[in-house]
Design a protein around this ligand. Structure first.
Ligand SMILES: Nc1ncnc2c1ncn2[C@@H]1O[C@H](COP(=O)(O)OP(=O)(O)OP(=O)(O)O)[C@@H](O)[C@H]1O
Length: 383
């Protein structure tokens, strides 16, 4: 494993660090002051409409002005719906179906977006609970810091934040994404791939815009919110990592598969666990499903390596194996790891290379050579 000199340390959960709150789908919420945002939404969706007051929210404006083409490889920027429409209409090959599908697709998209606008209009932003008493009492029962109890609940409290967040996710997945999924059913094979990219980008776009909303909400009926919070208080929170394998086995059972429950016993300290949705195929043919048929370890974003490193992206590969950018959760820094192929001749050669790197590490005091920080064996791979 080598220190990655050219990697910048980047938060892996940027969205979580953004300020945001959620809303209660069971209460009626309205958006009285976020008019500028709505104007931008309209402008983006129906580009011919004239809007004047949009310079305040430079973030939105700049997104609008710098929207990449649909072919842009960058996944980080949102894509304009005008681009989406032109892509869809251009790519249908048959002239008759092109005209029809253009009209249908345009209408579908406009409907989706019109509905989205309505649902955004229905969001009301404010900073308080309309009736904060139940929440205040709840926090008092659970010995929350006194300062947050005097006039209003501490909306920055992790439990409240988490409740908001869950509700946003719920709303996004259950409502918006359904609508995005209604985006045209394209028959032409050549377009399908690009349409799926487009859908992904639109999802990101909507998600980003949600996060860019002002984080102030008014909860008119705190009772359902209270239930969620109460549940979280009653649920004993898991001890934070790093932990010993015993504690992890006790508290994170559901996050470990059978293979991991066995292998974790040989690990001293657990710094990182993969999220539950990251799963290796249960194929036992190639190293319990961890490897490809060529003996390379299968990359899965956010998967763990040795319960310490979080897989972020693939950097490159040599003849011995693949190199990945990972987050070292022990030292909270990004490093590069090379996972050697699970083949005897490569493993033997890698051990020789490790010995050479050790010598270089000791001999070199300059900052010019990349240093080997660590090496170990993980799931039959020398790392
Ligand atoms: N520390 C690093 N930071 C960023 N990228 C890296 C780092 N180390 C390797 N890479 C990327 O991984 C690729 C493969 O690196 P590797 O060290 O395996 O090359 P190699 O010595 O040619 O491989 P091999 O010895 O297996 O033939 C490099 O070309 C580079 O793109």
């Amino acid at each position: 494993m080598k220190k990655s000199s050219d990697l910048t340390i980047k938060s892996t959960n940027e969205s979580e660090s953004r300020k945001f709150t959620g809303f209660n789908p069971k209460t009626s919420l309205h958006a009285p002051f976020n008019r500028t945002y709505i104007r931008h939404s309209i402008k983006e969706y129906f580009p011919n409409k004239q809007h004047t007051q949009h310079t305040q929210h430079t973030q939105h404006t700049s997104i609008q002005n710098t929207q990449p083409s649909i072919k842009s490889p960058s996944n980080s920027k949102p894509i304009s719906l005008a681009n989406a429409l032109s892509l869809i209409s251009k790519d249908e090959t048959n002239p008759t179906s092109r005209r029809t599908s253009r009209r249908l697709n345009t209408n579908q998209l406009k409907n989706i977006l019109a509905q989205e606008k309505v649902s955004l209009d229905n969001v009301r932003f404010n900073t308080q609970f309309q009736n904060p008493q139940p929440i205040i009492q709840l926090f008092a029962q659970h010995n929350s810091p006194k300062k947050s109890l005097k006039t209003s609940p501490d909306t920055k409290h992790p439990i409240i934040q988490e409740t908001f967040k869950n509700r946003i996710s719920h709303k996004l997945s259950g409502h918006m994404q359904d609508k995005i999924d209604q985006i045209p059913q394209i028959t032409s094979d050549s377009v399908k791939q690009r349409i799926s990219t487009l859908k992904q980008k639109l999802r990101g776009n909507i998600q980003q815009r949600f996060y860019k909303f002002n984080n102030n909400f008014i909860i008119q009926n705190p009772n359902s919110f209270k239930e969620d919070i109460e549940y979280k208080f009653s649920k004993p929170s898991k001890p934070q990592l790093p932990q010993t394998p015993q504690i992890v086995l006790e508290h994170y059972q559901s996050q470990l598969n059978e293979y991991e429950r066995n292998e974790i016993k040989d690990i001293d300290i657990i710094y990182y666990l993969r999220p539950e949705n990251v799963k290796h195929p249960q194929d036992t043919e190639f190293n319990f499903g961890f490897d490809t048929d060529k003996g390379d370890y299968i990359f899965q974003q956010n998967d763990h390596i040795n319960f310490r490193y979080e897989m972020l992206e693939q950097l490159g590969h040599g003849s011995f194996g693949y190199v990945f950018k990972v987050m070292d959760h022990k030292h909270q820094q990004n490093v590069a790891i090379k996972i050697i192929k699970n083949k005897e001749k490569f493993q033997k050669q890698a051990l020789i290379e490790i010995e050479i790197l050790k010598v270089i590490n000791n001999a070199d005091n300059s900052c010019c050579l990349i240093k080997m920080l660590n090496y170990f064996v993980f799931r039959n791979h020398v790392v």
